[in-house]
Design a binder for this molecule. Structure first.
Ligand code: PSU
Ligand code: MN
Length: 307
């Protein structure tokens, strides 16, 4: 298939220059900003992500679709305009072409962000949590497009693991089937987003940024298509207690069921319920783990570009 994505894409000059020079760049998604966190914490979180990446010595490249243009790097004014318009859809793999064709505003999920990052040539991407296999997927078939995309795009996704609103075990099984390497950042236990451990092992020995960068280099040198998932545990001081989080998750799931929430609304609904039920604690933890992931992703991007 011939692709001609450049005609639809605006890469910020700073990002373009960094990529041309082989300097480290870290992609960021935008669904977390528009559909994953409330205002104004979303803006605070996003700004700090960019600062952390810069302070480490890499360039942030936040990805979104603004009036049908694919943005690789967007400015505060792009962001303000999209927030003001209030019509920004949650944009996953299946929505990318139609949003561009019809000139819409869209916040890219992990799957769409990976696609755009690969088109732009950015191999490292930081987020909070990815989508996965939902509890009860045996009957609902609710499995995030993020997982299939991990098998397709050559992008390393740095996350804090998978939250237990999902079925963590089934998510890891699915990734194994798809042949996606799952690594722990200095841990051999796959993290569970709000907590540092899920009880499920990652499939590759624990290591830091240099080991992860080397694995990526070998994988792609060998022509093994697809990305990798890196689980970075939330910093100890910001982690939540298992009992607290389990109770909140059960309540959020029960309310989603009672309200018949499904499809693309399901994850945003659960996230906002969690913040409500925990009195904002889950949101604070969420922000800190995203910042931690940005720091680790910048380290990986720096190591990778140095190889
Ligand atoms: N998990 C979070 N915050 C988020 C998301 C997941 O803690 O904002 C977003 C990401 O953009 C992810 C998407 O790609 O939700 C997955 O949505 P779905 O489950 O509908 O595939
Ligand atoms: Mn889904």
């Amino acid at each position: 298939m011939n692709s001609n994505f450049n005609a639809y894409m605006d890469i910020m000059p700073e990002v373009r220059e960094a990529l041309q020079d082989g300097r480290p760049v870290v992609a960021l998604e935008s669904t977390i900003v528009f559909h994953g966190m409330p205002y104004p914490q979303n803006i605070e979180c996003h700004k700090r992500c960019e600062e952390i990446i810069r302070n480490k010595g890499a360039i942030p490249a936040a990805i979104a679709v603004s009036r049908g243009r694919i943005k690789v790097g967007f400015t505060q004014s792009d962001l303000d305009e999209m927030l003001e318009a209030g019509d920004t859809i949650k944009l996953s793999r299946r929505d990318l072409a139609s949003a561009v064709a019809s000139g819409r505003n869209g916040a890219t999920t992990v799957s769409a962000t990976m696609m755009v990052a690969e088109m732009a040539g950015i191999p490292v991407f930081a987020t909070g949590g990815i989508g996965g296999v939902h509890r009860g997927a045996q009957t609902t078939f609710d499995i995030s497009a993020d997982l299939q995309q991990l098998a397709q795009s050559n992008v390393c996704v740095v996350c804090a693991g998978v939250k237990s609103i999902l079925d963590i075990g089934l998510t890891l099984e699915y990734l194994e089937t798809l042949g996606v390497p799952v690594l722990g950042y200095m841990t051999d236990d796959f993290p569970a987003f709000y907590t540092r451990r899920s009880g499920f092992k990652v499939d590759s020995a624990k290591g830091g940024a240099a080991e992860i960068a080397r694995m990526l280099k070998v994988k792609w040198d060998l022509g093994i298509r697809g990305g990798a998932l890196i689980g970075c545990p939330v910093p100890e001081a910001c982690a939540m207690g298992s009992a607290e989080i389990n109770q909140a998750i059960n309540q959020a799931l029960a309310e989603a069921a009672a309200n018949g929430v499904h499809g693309k609304e399901f994850t945003p609904f659960l996230l906002s319920k969690m913040a409500e039920v925990t009195g904002g604690t889950s949101l604070t933890t969420n922000m800190h783990l995203v910042w931690n992931n940005c720091e680790k992703a910048a380290e990986i991007a720096i190591e990778y570009s140095a190889i």
